[in-house]
Design a protein around this ligand. Structure first.
Ligand SMILES: Cc1ncc(COP(=O)(O)O)c(C=O)c1O
Length: 353
């Protein structure tokens, strides 16, 4: 079967580039102390998670309880939910999930620690905890080292919780185009983190795990030797936003679209923001020089000085953001050029709870 008969929009994965991206990450981490714990949110596909475990990943990172349930259901044994879960019903469900896999969660406030302890005690399970240290992204976590220590001490005293270490994720650094700048910000963040880790060590609570990092900072973190786990997700697929960073990963993911209207200098395709994540930027057409792209729900209007396209012609787009694009599809077509060689289900698609 070829892609020409696929109904569009369709999500395509170029197999050879995907395999090369897996190999490139293995090469980055080889002979370092940084283990791969890739982020599930980037593909949400249980089959791919198993490939990453086969590549040497120590477990998976995920964003949501829904994703953790999907991973456990697929037989993944070591799962980190790299977010705070505060809803009591979800905490109860998480605590019971900890009976089926090794579950680690993030905590950054005392009430949440105590809620997990209560739920894990009721479920008769053990939940591992990372304290989230906020190092500049201004999302969750506490930036106060004294507060981190207090939380670590409390976790260590809980009979159904285990203090594992720290998550420090600097997502605001990941997409900085200049490698020198990315390196400089990463170095500054690591300096802060070193102080915190020394303090925990002195208090008799050494962090066994230091988790974080992304596709954009993978090589820097691998050289640095401070983190123990890398949570990179996008490296497998890549996208238009990551493409300009000069990383050793290629663009494997495209959205196949069909031109539904074409005039000189303008082509309108049958995919819009309901088929392609634009939160980090507009898609980039493959083999067509776009001057400007406008988006609506079901259309991208691509203004281009190039050749005239014809209605019905197909156009591949590199999504602006792979993670939010994948979440819009039930399946991904694995291709070798124009030939469809497989189809993988996006098993946790839409799992946002
Ligand atoms: C906590 C966390 N870790 C890791 C990642 C993975 O980053 P990337 O897909 O850029 O590799 C993200 C992405 O947003 C994240 O939020």
């Amino acid at each position: 079967m070829t892609i020409h008969t696929l109904p569009t929009p369709a999500l395509l994965l170029e197999l050879s580039v995907f395999q090369a991206n897996r190999a490139a990450m293995t090469a980055i981490l080889k002979d370092t102390t940084l283990a791969l714990r890739p982020h599930y949110k980037s593909h949400k596909c249980a089959a791919i998670a198993h490939m990453q475990i086969a590549d040497g990943a120590v477990g998976m990172t995920c964003a949501k309880l829904d994703e953790a349930l999907d991973l456990a259901d697929a037989g993944i044994e070591d799962i980190l939910i790299a977010n705070q879960i505060v809803d009591p019903a979800k905490i109860r469900r998480g605590a019971s999930l900890a009976g089926d896999c090794r579950l680690t969660v993030l905590v950054d406030c005392m009430e949440n620690v105590l809620a997990w302890e209560k739920a894990a005690a009721e479920a008769g399970t053990v939940v591992h905890c990372l304290i989230e240290y906020e190092i500049g992204m201004q999302r969750c976590g506490t930036s106060d080292p004294a507060e981190v220590l207090k939380l670590a001490e409390t976790v260590a005293r809980c009979s159904h919780l285990r203090f594992e270490g720290i998550q420090a994720y600097a997502g605001h650094v990941s997409h900085i185009e200049s490698e020198a700048e990315r390196r400089r910000y990463t170095g500054e963040n690591s300096q802060k983190l070193r102080g915190l880790l020394a303090m925990l060590e002195e208090a008799g609570l050494p962090a066994k795990t230091v988790s974080g990092g992304s596709t954009g900072t993978a090589a820097i973190k691998a050289m640095e030797g401070l983190y123990t786990e890398l949570q990179a997700g996008s490296y497998l697929f890549m996208d238009a936003t990551y493409r300009n960073l000069g990383l050793p990963f290629g663009n494997a993911l495209t959205v196949l679209t069909t031109a539904v209207s074409a005039k000189p200098g303008l082509v309108v395709v049958d995919a819009g923001i309901k088929s392609c994540g634009v939160d980090q930027g507009m898609p980039v057409p493959v083999d067509l020089q776009a001057e400007r792209i406008a988006a609506s729900e079901e259309h991208f209007q691509i203004h281009h000085p190039d050749r005239i396209l014809t209605v019905g012609e197909r156009l591949r787009l590199l999504p602006g953001h792979c993670c939010t694009t994948v979440n819009l599809y039930d399946r991904i077509y694995v291709v070798d050029g124009d030939t469809v060689v497989d189809r993988w289900e996006i098993t946790a698609r839409g799992g946002c709870r």
